[in-house]
Design a protein around this ligand. Structure first.
Ligand code: ADP
Ligand code: ZN
Ligand code: ZN
Length: 754
């Protein structure tokens, strides 16, 4: 049945608009179409709803043309987009902007520009016997007849006739590349009327092989798999796998993935962005090979687009491994979603709308398809842990490392005491240096963690206290040695390294603090024969640079690897026996209510790099607060204690997981105007939310790229209607931005802010 009108979503922060459907155009919901919108602009839109209700407007524009041979989204994906727009308070258009690779949604000022921007999928020739030669006996008689004169022809015709059905496409045609025969012959056969040849978008081959050589699980791992199955059978769609590093979570994933693929279902494996190019993919590839589609931001737009289009045609049995944005891929036979390192912050998109949490959306997506979710972590997020404790999620604990490998021995080293006793050299306490020395002499490897990149975070004048700051952000500039410049880590601004203080003219400038570059330099000075490398954002600007650093460390080309968070994720290096955390203090003292949880997770993760496989590892944490509760819990490897303390505190103060937080971030270049808007907004919000409103407050860094920043926090108790809260909130915000003077104030809404 064809409809007269279509509501179409455009990749804009706008509601769906109604267009008329030209006569004879057959549309389905989820189809991509071109439409003209605004002044001379042609966009790709998604057909959201088809109907016959003429909207009450004078002139209604008509849909341009249909773009692909099938809808880009199925019903479940559309439901997810709607859910996401609603929950995270943005338009479906903003979801579309994020969800579809840009090449799939061309845009241009006119038709010509639009077409030039369009993605053209690769096509392939498909061969079939013409209708009149479909009948077996008739063809056989013909082959007999011509076999003397044209033996090759009859041979090919028989080949085409007997071609196995499983290797044909859905129309029963045979891919040209599987027919061994030159072009002249095929043309001749076509001219003689034996065959037809069609150019079509390449079809995805059916996944035939269903036997994988899966790892043999240990009895403990096997028990966990059974626990997961039985909790799924009891209707708990989501399961939390709490497994210490090295316990073999990956092996459990593989087993579950293998089961689903063998049934012809699809699996989505989400991993933190940073871990993607690493060993996990290699390990998965060694077992599932060509079944894997990798999807992350380091891939080219063309690769991402091709993956999307290919999956659209898939007949099931796919393993998609991706960063959070992989939840937007068309995975029509989805049966299982696995979220590895589910506590990782990078699952939450914070910078642009939709500000979604990939982990939470994964759970939703799995439920829409009637599938299951497995959340895996050595240090689960307190949200997931609380859900497991409340019985909402299934839960399994895997508390033993695989094989002979032992958990590392964690030592707290008091920096203040070391200084007093003269047991510190540069940034290293003697105990750390001693362990490094021993490790190197045994030909073992060392990892050093410092969560700041660059050489020194700032340079300060020791006579007047001046330091070089970014002109557009309220932060000091970090000195970088490689290009010898001062750099802003928020906007990228750079300046030369100052030689003397512009305020008091002295040349008494002192470097303050230290980043990974300085650690690298200092450790190389102390151990001149050791091969030292560094892994952080500055050294891994390309995928190949990144992989080289990892490969060299893996193969033992490097002895000491210095790095930021980047070194913590998803690696399994067999020869690391010492891990040094150079300054735990800056992890512990942050005003965020999640600071302790995060510090615990990060430290455990870094610590987990030590002593995998046979060697017992040592982790040395340098701190000026050796009495700190969280550090003690790290030493005792006591996640439960950490969780108990933190959950108690969160409960007492009404923080997540016992409430939901919505954070509003207001930005404007004029600080006066910004304050005015924030104050008025808070007044309005107080009327609807009362004491649930906090702020406005300036965040620690209150100016970035020339824009001043103020934040307002809304805390909503569990059980209260989020839908109503969102409605009130949206009204109040609309009220502010509709005032003329505040029109230019940017207000970002972050639901479940991290
Ligand atoms: P996790 O992901 O929990 O940190 P891994 O899956 O990386 O742990 O396992 C740690 C190490 O132990 C890896 O080198 C892995 O190959 C090995 N391993 C774990 N389970 C098995 C198993 N059942 N058979 C063989 N090797 C295993
Ligand atoms: Zn000075
Ligand atoms: Zn800046």
């Amino acid at each position: 049945m064809s409809y007269l009108f279509a509501d179409i979503v455009l990749p804009l922060a706008q509601p769906a608009y109604c267009f008329s459907v030209p006569e004879g155009m057959e549309l389905q919901t989820g189809d991509a179409v071109s439409v003209q919108f605004g002044h001379r602009n042609i966009y790709t839109g998604i057909v959201w709803r088809l109907h016959n209700e003429r909207p009450d407007v004078k002139r209604i524009k008509s849909v341009g043309r249909k773009l692909y041979d099938r809808p880009l989204l199925d019903d479940k994906q559309r439901q997810m987009w709607e859910w996401m727009a609603d929950y995270y308070m943005c338009s479906i258009g903003e979801v579309m902007r994020m969800a579809l690779p840009s090449m799939i949604k061309p845009q241009g000022r006119d038709d010509e520009e639009f077409s030039a921007d369009e993605f053209r999928p690769r096509t392939e020739a498909y061969i079939s016997l013409s209708d009149e030669w479909q009948e077996r006996e008739r063809l056989e008689a013909e082959c007999e007849r011509i076999s003397r004169r044209a033996p090759r022809r009859s041979q090919i015709l028989r080949f085409l006739r007997d071609f196995p059905a499983t290797r044909r496409n859905t129309l029963g045609e045979i891919p040209r590349r599987l027919v061994e025969c030159d072009a002249t012959m095929l043309t001749a056969l076509r001219k003689a009327g034996y065959i037809t040849i069609n150019e079509r978008v390449r079809e995805v081959e059916r996944n035939e092989n269903v036997s994988f050589s899966l790892p043999t699980l240990t009895p403990l791992q096997q028990t966990v798999v059974e626990e997961i199955h039985s909790s799924q059978a009891k209707g708990k769609a989501t399961h939390l796998l709490h497994g210490i590093t090295g316990s073999g979570k990956t092996e459990i994933y593989m087993t579950l993935i293998g089961e689903v693929l063998a049934r012809g279902g699809d699996v989505l494996l989400l991993v933190p962005e940073i871990a993607l190019t690493s060993q996990l993919i290699q390990r998965m590839e060694s077992i599932f090979g060509s079944r894997i589609t990798a999807y992350h931001s380091k891939l080219t737009m063309l690769r991402r687009t091709e993956s999307y289009m290919r999956l659209l045609r898939s007949r099931g049995g796919e393993l998609i491994i991706g960063a959070r944005s992989a939840i937007f891929l068309p995975i029509h036979h989805l049966q299982l979603v696995i979220v590895d390192e589910e506590h990782d912050q990078s699952y939450k998109q914070s910078d642009t709308a939709p500000r979604y949490n990939g982990r939470d959306m994964a759970v939703l997506l799995a439920s829409l398809y009637g599938g299951n979710t497995l959340l895996g972590s050595a240090t689960p997020s307190l949200e997931s842990y609380a859900n497991a404790q409340a019985g909402k999620y299934g839960y399994s604990l895997l508390a033993e490392r695989y094989g002979e490998s032992q958990p590392p021995h964690v030592i707290l080293s008091d920096t203040m005491r070391a200084v007093k006793r003269g047991e510190r050299k540069g940034h290293f306490n003697h105990i750390l240096l001693r362990h490094i020395e021993e490790a190197l002499s045994r030909k073992e490897q060392v990892m050093l963690f410092q969560n700041r990149r660059g050489f020194t975070p700032y340079i300060m004048c020791s006579s007047c206290g001046w330091s070089l700051r970014c002109p557009s952000c309220n932060v000091t500039l970090t000195q970088h040695r490689t290009n010898n410049r001062m750099e802003c880590h928020y906007c990228g601004y750079t300046a030369p390294v100052p030689q003397h203080c512009p305020q008091c003219e002295t040349a008494d400038l002192k470097p303050m603090g230290f980043g990974t570059e300085k650690v690298e330099e200092a450790i190389a000075e102390i151990f001149p024969t050791a091969r030292v490398a560094r892994l952080d954002r500055d050294t891994s600007t390309s995928e190949s640079a990144y992989s080289r650093i990892i490969r060299d460390f893996e193969s033992g080309q490097t002895d000491i690897l210095v790095g930021t968070q980047m070194i913590t994720k998803g690696f399994d290096f067999g020869r690391v026996s010492v891990v040094g955390i150079l300054n735990a203090d800056n992890l512990l003292f942050s005003p965020d209510f999640r600071a302790s949880e995060r510090a615990f997770q990060l430290l455990m993760q870094v610590a987990g790099r030590a002593g995998r496989r046979e060697k017992e590892g040592v982790v040395i944490i340098q701190t000026s607060e050796p009495e700190n509760r969280v550090l003690k819990q790290v030493v005792q490897d006591d996640y439960e204690a950490m969780a108990r303390c933190e959950l108690q505190e969160r409960h007492a103060f009404g923080y997540p997981p016992y409430s939901r937080l919505i954070r509003l971030t207001l930005r404007h270049e004029n600080v006066q105007l910004l304050r005015g808007a924030a104050t008025e907004l808070v007044e309005k919000l107080r009327k609807s939310f009362g004491s649930r409103i906090f702020g406005p407050v300036a965040p620690p860094i209150d100016r970035i790229r020339g824009l001043h920043i103020l934040q307002i926090m809304i805390k909503i108790e569990l059980g209260r209607s989020m839908a109503r809260a969102r409605q009130f909130l949206q009204n109040d915000i609309n009220n502010i931005v509709s005032q003329k003077e505040y029109k230019t104030v940017n207000i970002a809404i972050d639901v479940d802010a991290q």
